[in-house]
Write a protein that binds this ligand. Structure first.
Ligand code: UD1
Ligand code: CA
Length: 468
């Protein structure tokens, strides 16, 4: 049986170099705040509870993670990484086990790497195990000073001698600690160093002085331990994260015509043999079926698409359910609450909102269907509008099965159209229509013979004609 595992995520720093009013750890990578990636990784490694130490922008960070089960500890003043972990100790009162220490601005770290770190920690019987990385250019990082068969100490760049600076194995800032032992070591830290901070790294030397074992594991992939300090690194991390997500889909049988321009958020699932064109964005908890085709510039947020759905260029879908064998777009807009039963056609410049549309029904052009319940086999003509809003309240339009709606019809809701009826083109329907009826409201056509030439002759009189 494995020991209890908790995680502390340091996230109190300001992130000055982001030049942002948004706290650094809330900047998104592949659509999710950096901190959310770190929380997900901690949980995937089996950590509970997860405690985030917040300071700068604490209220916004807390608000962004409300209802996620993440615990928070406040570090009101940023007195160093050691001080930050001290601030989390009350939240871990009574905790005995292994403590993962992660950074909120290191979003690329994978749970597999943490599993390897934990395994190394256990095998070495260490009190502290540090995740390290080999860097061609180690500038700015703490250096790992090895001795005997473990780590002797970590020295910060600003406190290092020239010889120590030459060391290329650096501290990634990620550790496993034995708790509660680490809490005792933390209590003894001082801020007697170049930056006047309480360094978490000094826990290493303290453990060694007490005769305890400190181990180190070099990360198999240094890229994972990249910290985000500015927007250049943020963009880089986004690219790496998208690359990982997209590789997963490619391996699952999804075709990405240009993986570099497929923006797919981590929780999206896609069925095999679906083809995704360039510039497609799939966001939130979107589910895409098999054999679908998503053309360029399609943006889908929190939708479920059945199999063989074809979404044509430039369509925007949110909060909608799309049944199998449906064609959408180009340039259609499905807004939240749209439910298409399947085998539908929603054509160009059609907008739907809170609209349940039955099997096989079509709205092929230039239409607004809002607050509508539409049966199966309905044909909605070009330019149809549900007038759902009276300026105060929204009202529902009900159109039963097999209704044929001519072009340019307005339904002034609330209104119900009975099964199999026919609505003449250009009608404004304000009253319920029974089944099997024809409803038509347009004025009868008048024809006045010769009107045009008579009118022209009149207006031409007394006016200079066009110059020849
Ligand atoms: C720290 C390490 C260094 C390591 C580097 C890896 C120390 C003393 N040094 O240095 O050995 O190579 O990380 O990136 O630990 N934070 C707080 N409260 C604080 C200070 C920091 O929450 O008072 C958070 C930051 O928001 C950040 C993390 O801790 O997420 C690291 O802080 P940072 O200031 O970047 O540490 P470095 O000086 O880079
Ligand atoms: Ca840093």
């Amino acid at each position: 049986m494995s020991a209890a595992l908790a995680a502390v995520i340091l996230a109190a720093g300001q992130g000055t170099r982001m030049k942002s009013s948004l706290p650094k750890v809330l900047h998104p990578v592949a659509g999710k705040p950096m901190l959310a990636h770190v929380v997900a990784t901690a949980r995937a490694a089996g950590a509970a509870p997860v405690v985030a130490v917040v300071g700068h922008g604490a209220d916004r960070v807390r608000a962004a993670f409300a209802d996620t089960g993440v615990h928070f500890a406040l570090q009101a003043e940023q007195l160093g990484t050691g001080h930050a972990l001290r601030c989390a100790v009350p939240a871990l009162a009574g905790f005995t086990g292994e403590l993962l220490l992660l950074c909120g601005d290191v979003p690329l770290l994978r749970a597999e790497t943490l599993a390897a770190l934990l395994q190394h920690h256990r095998r070495q019987g260490a009190v502290v195990t540090v995740l390290t990385a080999e860097m061609d250019d180690p500038r700015g990082y703490g250096r790992i000073i090895r001795g005997g068969d473990g780590v002797e100490r970590i020295v910060e760049e600003k406190d290092a001698t020239a010889q120590e600076r030459a060391v290329r194995e650096i501290n990634t800032g990620i550790y496993v600690f034995a708790a509660p032992r680490v809490f005792t070591l933390l209590a003894g830290l001082t801020n007697d160093n170049a930056q006047g901070e309480y360094y978490l790294t000094d826990v290493v030397a303290a453990a060694r002085t007490a005769g305890e074992r400190v181990a180190a594991l070099a990360a198999a992939c240094a890229e994972e331990t990249m910290g985000i300090n500015d927007r250049v690194q943020l963009a880089e991390a986004g690219k790496v994260m998208r690359g990982r997500i997209n590789e997963g889909h490619l391996r699952n049988g999804v075709t990405l015509l240009d993986p570099l321009t497929a923006y797919i958020e981590p929780e999206v699932t896609i069925g095999a043999d679906t083809t995704i064109h360039p510039g497609v964005h799939l966001r939130g908890r979107t589910v895409v079926g098999r054999d679908c085709e998503l053309e360029p510039g399609v943006i889908i947020t929190d939708c479920t698409l059945g199999d063989r759905v074809h979404v044509k260029a430039g369509s925007v879908l949110a909060g909608s359910t799309v049944g199998a064998d449906t064609d959408i777009g180009p340039m259609a807009h499905l807004r939240p609450g749209t439910v298409l039963a399947g085998e539908n056609k929603i054509g160009n410049f059609v907008e739907t909102k809170k609209a349940a549309i039955g099997k096989g029904s079509k709205a092929s052009h230039l239409t607004y269907l809002g607050d509508a319940e539409i049966g199966s086999g309905v044909n909605v003509g070009c330019g149809t509008i549900t007038c759902n809003y009276d300026g105060v309240n929204k009202h529902v339009t009900i159109i039963e099965d097999d209704v044929f709606v001519g072009s340019d019809v307005q339904f002034v809701a609330p209104v119900r159209v009975g099964r199999g009826s026919l609505i003449g083109a250009g009608s404004t329907i304000t009253k319920d229509v029974p089944a099997d009826a024809l409803a038509i409201t347009r004025a009868e056509q008048k024809v006045i013979e010769g009107w045009v030439s008579r009118k022209r002759n009149k207006t031409a009189k007394g006016r200079p004609g066009p110059k020849e």
